[in-house]
Design a protein around this ligand. Structure first.
Ligand code: TYD
Ligand code: MG
Length: 471
């Protein structure tokens, strides 16, 4: 048996230190080390087995043995199944994180209810709410008729004992991992040690019983999964549920997925009776577009395998400040600086004395470099005070030399644009030429050409509202 020694665990990243210090060596955070006595190794304690002095000999397997494709349990919520890669994998563990009040519990209760209605057995363990609260919510969601087994409990041992008593369910939802505690770890509930030990026990339960386990995790102010960064490494998939609280859209993404893609996006809308799936998100994100004002461009993007049209808005206004403001919502700030620098250096568009605001509509966050061209179009349009044609989409990556580079899935982007009634697209040079019925693609090779197309008469030096400058 290991000697009882105090150890200091960082509550941010889970790094273990043998002596206290003000700053964690692992993640550099200050004041996050907490003393946690570890008498037994948690791993061995959770299984009830003691460490063996001598290992046993394994039969080694080869890589090319025939294996069956991981079976899937479809929840019936198509947007959820898309993000997980086709449904829940039996024996796997999923961590789902998100801001408080974003709708994690609602989503999982809905998924549990649809699964139960399809004849699967589902256990929903809540550590945050009382049974009556969950029942009330189920009534609101119209899910009260389904056979979901409910429990309100936070003690790990009790939960495992209850789960092991019957045949293993298809799905176990645990809301949330931070509320659980186990007597195995001598630390306060919510500490990294507790969260890790509880998660480990539940993941082990999933592997042994074949049940899919979904854990809810809280996020900190800066959007990190609180405490269970360590849990992220242990689970098979990490999903994040996000959204702008002022909008009804909710986005589900996978940041890690051992059984599926990580670039898929699930789109939901929070309604009075729970989360509704949004099968065609482009319509939603373009719904409130103001087509007549300068500075608005439609980007034909891709989220995983699905094309998504979204409005990019820019405001370029003369600045009174020594250092003009640059504010970005929904896009990468350094990417904006790059596009601005290219516009200034390669296209002669004076922007350094202007405040610049850029926003992606609908609370969406775009990560694709293909948005460069749409961002540039919105900036040029606002700077020149010329509204862009309302029925044109933009996509393409901009290089530092001012060239417009091709991006993947051009045909899919055009098809989506055509489907939503867009008649034209400004695209990178493709060589072969891509076309979609009803949507004419027009190629630009250099960003300067785009400036000329949007503002053929040049841009007024002071950024005044007159589009006919005298440069
Ligand atoms: P919840 O699922 O409790 O969030 P989380 O578990 O992520 O903390 O969602 C709570 C919010 O959702 C709350 O602000 C109310 C809203 N809501 C609706 O708008 N409609 C509904 O049908 C439900 C159940 C909740
Ligand atoms: Mg909740």
């Amino acid at each position: 048996m290991a000697k009882r020694q105090p150890r200091y665990v960082c509550q941010e990243c889970g790094a273990v230190h043998s002596r206290w210090s003000g700053r964690c060596d692992g993640c550099g955070a200050w004041n996050t080390l907490v003393e946690e006595a570890a008498t037994v190794d948690i791993l061995t304690a959770a299984t009830g087995k003691t460490a063996r002095a001598k290992g046993r000999r394994l039969a080694l397997a080869s890589l090319d043995a025939p294996v069956a494709e991981a079976p899937r349990i479809e929840t019936g919520i198509a947007e959820f199944d898309r993000v997980t890669g086709g449904g829940l994998v039996p024996g796997s563990a999923i961590l789902i994180g998100g801001d408080p009040g974003i709708g994690k519990s609602t989503l999982l209760l809905q998924a549990a209810a649809t699964l139960a209605r399809r004849g699967h057995s589902v256990v929903y363990v809540t550590g945050e709410e009382a049974i009556a609260q969950v029942q009330l919510r189920a009534r609101r969601l119209g899910a009260d008729g389904s056979a979901v087994a409910l429990a309100a409990e936070t003690e790990m041992e009790t939960i495992l004992e209850t789960l092991s008593a019957g045949p293993p369910p298809a799905l176990v939802v645990v809301d949330s991992i931070q509320t659980l505690h186990t007597s195995v770890a001598e630390a306060a509930p919510g500490t990294v040690t507790q969260v890790r030990a509880s998660a480990q026990a539940l993941i082990r339960y999933a592997k042994v019983s074949g049940a899919a386990v979904v854990l809810v995790g809280h996020v900190t102010k800066d959007g990190q999964l609180a405490g269970p960064r360590v849990v992220e490494h242990m689970v098979d998939a990490v999903l994040t549920f996000e959204g702008d609280p002022s909008h009804a859209f909710r986005l589900l993404r996978a940041s890690k997925n051992r059984f599926g893609p990580t670039d898929e996006l699930g789109v939901f809308e929070m309604t009075g009776t729970g989360l509704a799936e949004v099968a065609n998100p482009s319509e939603l994100f373009l719904g409130e577009r103001d087509v007549a004002s300068p500075g608005s461009a439609v980007f034909a993007g891709m989220e995983g395998t699905r094309p998504l049209l979204v409005e990019v808005q820019a405001l370029v206004a003369p600045s009174r400040l020594g250092t003009p403001r640059r504010a970005v919502i929904g896009w990468d700030a350094s990417r904006l600086s790059m596009v601005l620098a290219v516009l200034e250096a390669r296209c002669g568009l004076a922007l350094s004395a202007h405040d610049i605001y850029l926003a992606v509509a609908g609370g969406l966050r775009i990560g694709e470099p293909a948005a460069d061209l749409a961002v540039a179009a919105a900036l040029i349009s606002s700077r020149a005070a010329v509204a862009l044609p309302p029925d044109v989409v933009y996509f393409g990556e901009v290089s530092l030399s001012g060239r417009v580079r091709p991006v993947p899935h051009a045909a899919g982007r055009l098809k989506e644009a055509a489907k939503l009634g867009f008649r034209g697209a400004i695209v990178p040079p493709s060589g072969g030429g891509v076309e979609a019925e009803g949507c004419r693609a027009s190629e630009v090779a250099l960003l300067g050409e785009l400036v000329h197309r949007i503002a053929p008469n040049g841009v007024a030096e002071d950024g005044s509202r007159s589009p006919s400058g005298d440069e």
